[in-house]
Design a protein around this ligand. Structure first.
Ligand SMILES: *Cc1c(COP(=O)(O)O)cnc(C)c1O
Length: 345
């Protein structure tokens, strides 16, 4: 078969969660939005539940509804987008906990579902989601009397430990929430690594669970092995691929492998990445096309049947660097065509 295999190591995933949990002085939740950062929210969440996770976060209510089907009634599922119009039945039927972001959402939620759990998201400077300071001042007393399950905010620059925005947002979050008797949450992966001042009662790691930066010590979770469809000889001076973008400087062996930009291997990575035949580094040559990538395998010790694009030799973040993007984008772009293999002991 020509379908590439994406291997997802669920033991590495739970190892990463345990490591982040050990660093954290708070309860540790798990963020599984965007289908578990592209790796399959159902399988990822069930593995994390077995490791002890009882609280999950998703981006939107629809993701929460799907997750609820996969993990059963017990774990808490929090929704970052809050309570949108049209979401009420889903929030109620699927027992989702919306993080309310605005006065409108608070009114909508308390009118439609007065006895249903909710949390509050505050803006502490990122200006993306959450109530602004004066809005919170106006409603805090009323809202807190309804006993939210969480008051949270999000850091804009947590992947840069020295950034002055971090202590600034921390101070703002404290000013807005010190003295309240509701659990508080500020840190995602980057915030956990900033230290215990940032942990409060609950942390919300996402990317670190999946083996991505800024969690430098993460165990790799994702492997991608791509079948070789064909190998040919290319004489010195011949060209390969669209726009003749590569020319052989020596007599070469060129492998064509079965994955391309339709599988999330974006064209921007064309020049910068390698793939691996066992331990031999083989450069990607020519342009990444929709379904195919060409590779110089002249130096491979024998004809490879598959080439490894992600794994022990090359991380999601190194591929992201080569493409001028971040690991988050590579992970969440991983294609639907891959055969997904979940590995656990
Ligand atoms: C995505 C997200 C997270 C998880 O962030 P990571 O950097 O992936 O750990 C936590 N909180 C909010 C509000 C988010 O949007």
């Amino acid at each position: 078969m020509a379908t590439a295999t994406l291997t997802i190591d669920l033991d590495a995933l739970t190892t990463n969660w345990r490591a982040l949990d050990a660093l954290s002085t708070a309860q540790t939740a798990a963020v599984v939005k965007a289908d578990g950062y592209g790796l399959g929210a159902d399988r990822v969440a069930r593995a994390l539940m077995r490791a002890g996770v009882t609280r999950f976060f998703v981006a939107v209510a629809e993701e929460g509804a799907e997750l609820r089907q996969a993990i059963g009634p017990k774990p808490e599922i929090n929704v970052f987008a809050g309570h949108m119009s049209g979401d009420t039945d889903m929030i109620s039927d699927m027992q989702l906990t919306p993080m309310l972001n605005s006065i409108d959402q608070i009114v909508r939620h308390l009118e439609a579902l007065p006895n249903h759990a909710f949390g509050i998201q505050l803006d502490t400077g990122m200006n993306r989601l959450g109530l602004e300071e004066p809005e919170w001042a106006a409603v805090a007393e009323t809202v807190l009397a309804r006993k939210p399950s969480l008051v949270m905010s999000h850091l804009a620059c947590a992947d840069e430990p020295e950034h002055p925005m971090n202590p600034q947002q921390l101070a703002t979050f404290k000013r807005l929430t010190d003295g309240i008797s509701v659990p508080r949450s500020l840190a995602a992966t980057g915030g956990i690594l900033l230290g215990s001042d940032y942990h409060f009662d609950l942390t919300r790691p996402g990317v670190g669970l999946y083996g991505g930066m800024p969690f430098v010590e993460a165990t790799p979770v994702v492997g991608l092995s791509v079948p070789v469809i064909q190998i040919r000889d290319v004489a010195a001076g011949e060209t390969v691929g669209y726009a003749n973008s590569w020319m052989a400087e020596r007599d070469s062996r060129v492998a064509t492998i079965s994955a391309g930009y339709a599988d999330g291997l974006i064209r921007a990575m064309s020049a910068g990445i390698d793939v691996f035949a066992e331990d031999t580094r083989c450069p990607v040559i020519g342009r990444v096309s929709m379904d195919l990538i060409t590779v110089d395998v002249t130096d491979a010790p024998q004809e490879p049947k598959t080439l490894e694009l992600l794994g022990q030799h090359q991380s999601v973040d190194s591929v992201a660097d080569a493409a001028g993007t971040i690991g988050y984008e590579i992970l969440t772009s991983l294609g639907a065509r891959y055969y997904r293999r979940y590995k656990s002991a």
